[in-house]
Unconditional design. Structure first.
Length: 265
């Protein structure tokens, strides 16, 4: 005997719950991604100004020293054995002070990429002025090395360093200017960075000499020449590091930020 049971229709198939994020809510992964993107975006302007501000602080050393020297020359200071050569021929040192001051301060702003993009006309005008100031600073520095009487503590090795690096600064600026004339932007950037690195040697020289002075007192002729030369070498090493690109860690972080952005933006 069979029993016919009533036909029971199966229920309509239920779609799985939607995983579309509800407005105002986000899952842990989405929140973490959005937070990382927001933090990276907020910290980017500060990071972009870190290098220019550091360069301005480094340039404070030659700028202040130049201002003191200029005050001496124009304010009727007493002539001493240390400054007699400047009073005997003041034009080269005054040109050097003006050139170095403008070159170091204006040049720092060329390392702010956002500032350059927002003000391209300023970047070009400042670049032309920087070429002139850099050439004046390098040429007057070479003239003073070759024709001023040497002060006590400056020996032959330091004179050679100054001629080599001064000539390298002149050459870097000329090559960089020639590169931008033929629209070689990578070459222009590389050579102008090298020229600026050499021009900022006076600021780094204060840093390289300070530990020695604190430990052993004022350096003698040979240690002083080596410490000053080390500052130029250090600046050029950092310049090459900047020219050849950011370290891998920074590239990975930049890629992660870009990956978090929605497609098409």
């Amino acid at each position: 005997m069979t029993h016919d049971s009533p036909t029971v229709r199966p229920p309509f198939p239920q779609s799985p719950p939607s995983r579309r994020p509800v407005a105002g809510r986000s899952g842990p992964a989405t929140s973490a991604s959005a937070s990382a993107t927001a933090n990276a975006t907020a910290s980017r302007p500060r990071a972009r100004w870190l290098l220019p501000v550091s360069l301005l602080l480094l340039s404070a050393v030659p700028v202040i020293a130049g201002a003191v020297r200029m005050t001496e020359l124009t304010g009727g200071a007493a002539v001493t054995p240390q400054n007699a050569r400047f009073f005997a021929a003041p034009v080269p040192v005054m040109l050097h002070i003006v050139g170095v001051t403008l070159y170091s301060v204006l040049g720092a702003f060329q390392f702010a990429p956002g500032f350059r993009r927002r003000r391209p006309r300023w970047h070009r005008a400042a670049g032309r002025l920087l070429v002139v100031c850099g050439l004046v600073a390098a040429a007057s520095g070479l003239w003073m090395t070759l024709f001023y009487p040497r002060p006590e503590g400056d020996g032959d090795l330091l004179a050679v360093f100054r001629v080599v690096f001064g000539t390298a600064m002149l050459g870097s600026i000329v090559v960089g200017f020639a590169a931008i004339r033929r629209r070689d932007f990578p070459g222009h950037r590389a050579w102008m960075i090298r020229g600026y690195a050499i021009g900022m040697g006076a600021g780094t020289q204060a840093v390289t000499q300070l530990p020695y002075i604190l430990v052993a007192g004022m350096p003698a002729e040979l240690p002083r020449a080596l410490l000053l030369g080390a500052a130029w070498v250090l600046n050029l090493a950092v310049a090459e590091w900047v020219i050849r690109g950011r370290p891998a860690g920074l590239r990975r972080r930049s890629s992660a930020v870009l990956a978090d952005r929605p497609a098409g933006r």
